[in-house]
Design a protein around this ligand. Structure first.
Ligand code: SF4
Length: 755
């Protein structure tokens, strides 16, 4: 059903030769990360050594995974690639659109009604194009991937930042935007700057109250939310091999919180055990046959300082349980210091809710250890002081923990079991009373704790901890409680201590589920109809963008000259606009509404040169489009920084903007603009930004000679009758000019497919 052992064997079949060749070219032993990178080059066998943090390299990932919020636009675009099937194994997971409110059954039923058309769309597109579809309730993308698809030494991309979770099974798994996923699904290469490498040596062994989560909470405290940027974090050492595979997954998952490209661990017995336990003994056998290639060379781990860009060492035997927060995942506090810190910072000590689960921490090991604490509530005649919730990561986990009595144990402490979905982790938590915005404290085992992330209340202070610590704190109802040293008073007035958590790494009776929630695609999807209602407000089929007409652009008007920071959030806001992610026309009503107009310093107020009136950016642009008037957007430095969301490039393209001319681009956004058939240009002379006036008209006079390395000439006509000529640089190569000519990269792929 789930994984493709032949694909994995094929990948392993070429690995040895490629890694050996890379070692020769690089001229030294290799880290695991380098082995995986060099064995996944688009060109096949390596022919050169790359410089970390500098060279852009084309890769060929083994898999793609998409979640329901990001999959909508990705699949709408893929439908234009002219392919019958996806080029690499791909799955879609329905997990983000399910709100947690009452309980699993009620919430799931409501979500199926509210987002029915989105789920139906994703299901039918998956069926048609050979994509595995995981229905609502099947589980959270990263847990399902770990259980079914991740494999040691593999490379995958996913349209979600916590795709990195699959590093727990020795993969390089990387979160990307929808445009990148579409490229790979369509059979194109995927480009990445060759990452830097951070080595983390784990010595000693976890014990007692300390869990894998505490490793990443500690690392986040050291590296901060930016410390991993542009780097792969590779863990090794005796502490790594002594840890469970799912524990490794937790650590890799939260690598996203330090900004790392991804994180990974070398293949070891914990991975072998997990593969066998999840029905993949044949993957373990195939991995065993190439085991030396699925971990770093011994010399690298013996002298890591010589081979990594940065090395951190953590002794697990001395590591204390941590709580990170509030409002940022890198504010790390050992539990022994928590009361002092909370009092110093005036954080409310009373805990209102403890939440465990999510894609980060809902393994059998996590849940069984948390249940061992919940069980002590009855055994020691305690009363749980805070509310308690569980969001299982998958139906397989949920079914198995129910069968083994853990749900029953949690029931006895009054817990609510939410659907196998993201729920409270992504703000899809309809928490009673949250609208009152009262200051309060919650503890959870999720990964992110930014303001409003869980319940939308900016005054909820969320602290991140291991599931076992969260459970102990929920029982105590006190943020300052240290279960290693502190006593609780039970219902008989006696002082009692909680015993250390215990559990099983894997279920002794194996994993099980009546219905894991998977829908396999049709062998031949040609007859499958993809239905999108023309009156839908959430989904809209895309029409291919028009090819270039071969003419110079004459008489373009200035839509907006953006002042200062203009991120993808300024260009295509998130929040309430998320519901329109699958409807390009509707979501285009947020185009550039956050950008500041350089001429009046206001957001979403620009002059319409056709009538002299000020209006919102989308409204003005729609009027230009209706009048057939081309427009351009002008911006400052690092235009389009932030997320890789392709909507920020598709919206201006859809509404008729022809060019974006800025001092400098964030690279991913620049590429996204190129892919959508736009002109992404930079001022040859930055000071020319100041020449742009509110009533300017632009002529691109030599667009017919558009060529790699040749600046474009733009004439500016000011409304005082003067004219100036400026030069605009670009980074288009021949192939990318082909995207512009065809109208978009997808148009070109589709044309090639039909040729
Ligand atoms: Fe993202 Fe949270 Fe869902 Fe995991 S559970 S995929 S972190 S929203």
């Amino acid at each position: 059903m789930a994984f493709d052992i032949e694909m994995i064997k094929k990948a392993y079949g070429t690995m040895a030769e490629r890694v050996d060749k890379a070692r020769q070219l690089v001229g030294r032993p290799l880290t695991l990360s380098e082995k995986i990178l060099y064995s996944h080059l688009w060109e096949g066998n390596p022919t050169q050594a790359f410089t970390r943090g500098k060279d852009y390299v084309d890769f060929a990932p083994d898999r793609v995974a998409c979640q329901d919020a990001t999959a909508q636009m990705a699949l709408l675009q893929f439908m234009h690639a002219g392919k019958n099937k996806v080029a690499v194994p791909t799955t879609v997971h329905c997990d983000h659109l399910i709100q947690a409110k009452v309980d699993a059954a009620t919430d799931l039923a409501r979500a199926k009604t509210q987002s029915n058309e989105v789920f139906d769309f994703l299901s039918s597109v998956s069926d048609k194009y050979g994509i595995g579809f995981w229905k609502p309730g099947a589980g959270i993308i990263h847990q399902v991937v770990l259980e079914n698809y991740a494999f040691p030494g593999g490379m995958m991309i996913g349209t979600d930042s916590h795709t990195v979770n699959a590093g727990g099974l020795g993969m390089l798994a990387i979160g990307v935007g929808g445009a990148d996923a579409v490229d790979v699904m369509s059979g194109m290469a995927w480009e990445l700057k060759f990452p830097k490498l951070i080595g983390i040596k784990l010595t000693g062994k976890l014990s007692g109250w300390t869990a894998p989560k505490d490793v990443i909470l500690k690392v986040a405290g050291i590296l901060t939310v930016k410390g991993g940027t542009g780097a792969i974090v590779e863990y090794f050492g005796e502490g790594a091999t002594a840890m469970s595979c799912t524990g490794k997954g937790t650590i890799c998952n939260m690598g996203a919180e330090i900004g790392a490209t991804t994180s990974t661990f070398g293949y070891d017995d914990s991975m072998r055990r997990y593969l066998k336990s999840t029905g993949r003994a044949d993957v373990a056998e195939a991995a065993d046959a190439v085991a030396p290639y699925l971990t770093g060379d011994a010399e690298v781990y013996a002298n890591p300082e010589q081979y990594f860009d940065q090395v951190i060492e953590i002794n697990l035997s001395e590591l204390e349980p941590h709580l990170n927060g509030p409002f940022t995942p890198d504010l790390a506090t050992p539990i022994s210091k928590m009361r002092e810190e909370a009092e110093k910072n005036n954080w409310p000590l009373q805990i209102q809710v403890g939440l465990i689960g999510s894609c980060t921490n809902s393994s059998y090991e996590d849940i069984s250890r948390a249940a061992s604490l919940a069980k002590q509530v009855a055994d020691k005649n305690l009363k749980t002081k805070a509310q308690f919730t569980i969001t299982p990561g998958s139906e397989v986990v949920r079914y198995t923990i129910e069968r083994d009595g853990f749900i029953d144990t949690f029931d006895k402490i009054g817990a609510t079991v939410f659907a196998n979905a993201c729920g409270p982790c992504i703000g899809m938590w309809d928490r009673e009373g949250a609208e009152k915005e009262e200051r309060n404290t919650i503890v959870h085992s999720f990964n992110r704790n930014f303001s409003k992330r869980a319940d939308g209340n900016p005054n909820t202070l969320a602290f991140v901890g291991s599931p076992e610590l969260v459970t102990a704190l929920a029982i105590a109802g006190d943020l300052g409680f240290n279960p290693l040293t502190d006593k609780l008073i039970n219902e008989d007035g006696q002082e009692v201590m909680l015993d250390e958590p215990t559990g099983n790494e894997l279920p002794p009776k194996g994993f099980d589920a009546e219905d894991p929630g998977f829908q396999a695609p049709s062998e031949d999807g040609s007859g499958v109809q993809v239905v999108v209602s023309p009156t839908s407000e959430r989904l809209q089929l895309l029409a291919p963008f028009e090819p270039w007409n071969g003419e110079n652009i004459i008489g373009a008007k200035l839509l907006i000259k953006a002042f200062g920071k203009c991120t993808t959030d300024h260009i295509s806001m998130a929040g309430p606009w998320l519901r329109f992610r699958g409807h390009l026309d509707n979501i285009s009503n947020n185009m550039l509404i956050g950008a500041i107009n350089a001429f009046n310093q206001k957001a979403n107020s620009v002059k319409n040169q056709l009538n002299g009136k000020y209006d919102s950016v989308p409204a003005v642009q729609r009027e230009y489009k209706a009048a057939g008037v081309p427009t351009i957007v002008v911006g400052d430095h690092n235009y389009g920084e932030g997320s890789s969301r392709e909507h920020a490039a598709m919206e201006p393209r859809f509404l008729g903007v022809k060019a974006v001319l800025v001092k400098s681009f964030a690279r991913i956004h620049e590429t996204n603009l190129k892919k959508q058939g736009m002109l992404a240009l930079t001022f040859a002379n930055e000071a020319d930004y100041d020449k742009i006036q509110e009533n300017d008209t632009f002529n691109f006079v030599d667009l017919k000679e558009f060529a790699p390395g040749k600046p474009l000439t733009i004439e500016l006509f000011h409304d005082n009758g003067t004219t100036e000529t400026i030069l605009a640089n670009h980074t288009y190569n021949e192939g990318q000019i082909g995207w512009f000519v065809a109208g978009s990269a997808l148009n070109l792929i589709a044309a090639a497919g039909n040729a």
